[in-house]
Design a protein around this ligand. Sequence first.
Ligand code: ZN
Ligand code: ZN
Length: 89
Amino acid sequence: MSTTLAPAADSSTRDLEQRVELIACGTRAGKTRACDRHRGKGRGFVNIASTGAVDALAAAICGTGRSPACRDCKGKALEIMRVYNEGAA
Ligand SMILES: [Zn+2]
Ligand SMILES: [Zn+2]
């Protein structure tokens, strides 16, 4: 029962993925790209964000794949949801 929107793979989608990767990696002043470990994971995080499953997203960011995620990753998940909803609007 998912009504997942499949965003077209255009530049704004890629842009959103990069922002999401960076949040998952950890934002810092002057940092504009995710590290190798997090780069390329944006699409997966965006897919989870599109389902609205914050807990699953946090767990994916944490790297365990199952909840509960740590507090740090929950915060990142919420931030990603916010960015995703902005981008999808
Ligand atoms: Zn990283
Ligand atoms: Zn974590």
